[in-house]
Ligand binder design. Structure first.
Ligand SMILES: [Mn+2]
Length: 260
């Protein structure tokens, strides 16, 4: 019988990069490799620093536009992920995001990693779910072709019309807040987790780290805790270390420079 997780401020701890780098499940979301603001070198350094049994890449690991335009450092990171999966030192799970779903066959062929829509696991009787979160986003265009076009336009603006990528990122952040995306993804994910009898649900997509507790619709049902991993393209990247007793929301405490 699994136990409720109670208060998220107790179960989910916000910690700095200096936290002990050992965990059961490491969750990284929204690396957006290919964007000017991506930080592949820092991600690889983080993966080397941490000990983990399972790595969940929670979607939008690669931005639209394919793999051919990626810089050498992004390729180094992808080869590092492939080596982790191949050597079996950790289970590597790649969950599809709206910006990298179309690359799933290529990722499987090149790196030997299967791409799934969601991932479920149990830890000490608790049922945990992970999905990118775009399925709960009502603002995304229904046409995948149109969504990709917008994604490519965003990358173009960042590369050619902005010096450091900040105005496209600020515009995106403003739109996300105005559209209430944090709320849609959190409530959608919680409802989805209740349907699946889960205790913990993890998402990305909004680029904003967040922890919320949702009360059960029925009295005999345990609450659901929702945690968003944030992203690696914001000024303060964040990720999750998920263990049996707690989820650590790890904030990088130093400002990282973008990849060249
Ligand atoms: Mn996304």
């Amino acid at each position: 019988m699994s136990q409720g997780l109670g208060d998220p401020t107790r179960f989910v701890r916000r910690v700095g990069y200096e936290t002990e780098p050992v965990t059961e499940t490491l969750v990284l979301s929204d690396l957006h490799l290919g964007l000017k603001t991506a930080r592949p070198a820092l991600v690889r350094e983080t993966l080397k620093r941490w000990c983990f049994e399972r790595l969940i890449l929670l979607g939008d690991i690669v931005h639209d536009g394919g793999l051919s335009g990626l810089c050498a450092e992004a390729w180094r990171l992808l080869h590092h992920l492939a080596a982790l999966a191949r050597e079996g030192s950790a289970e590597v799970v790649w969950v599809a995001g709206n910006h990298d779903r179309h690359l799933a066959p290529l990722i499987r062929d090149l790196f030997g990693i299967d791409v799934c829509e969601s991932y479920a696991w149990s830890s000490r009787g608790r049922r945990c779910l992970a999905t990118h979160g775009d399925r709960f986003d009502p603002t995304l265009p229904h046409s995948r072709a149109l969504a990709r076009l917008i994604g490519l336009g965003y990358a173009f603006c960042m590369r050619w019309l902005s010096r450091d990528g900040s105005w496209p990122r600020n515009l995106d952040r403003w739109w996300t807040r105005r559209a209430g995306l944090h709320h849609f993804v959190a409530t959608g994910a919680a409802a989805w987790a209740f349907e699946r009898d889960a205790d913990l649900v993890l998402c990305g997509h909004t680029h904003t780290p967040l922890a919320r507790r949702f009360r059960a619709p029925a009295a005999d049902r345990r609450p659901v805790i929702y945690v968003n991993a944030g992203s690696w393209v914001e000024p303060r990247p964040s990720f999750l270390a998920v263990d049996r007793n707690a989820v650590r929301l790890v904030h990088l405490t130093r400002r990282a420079s973008p990849a060249p």
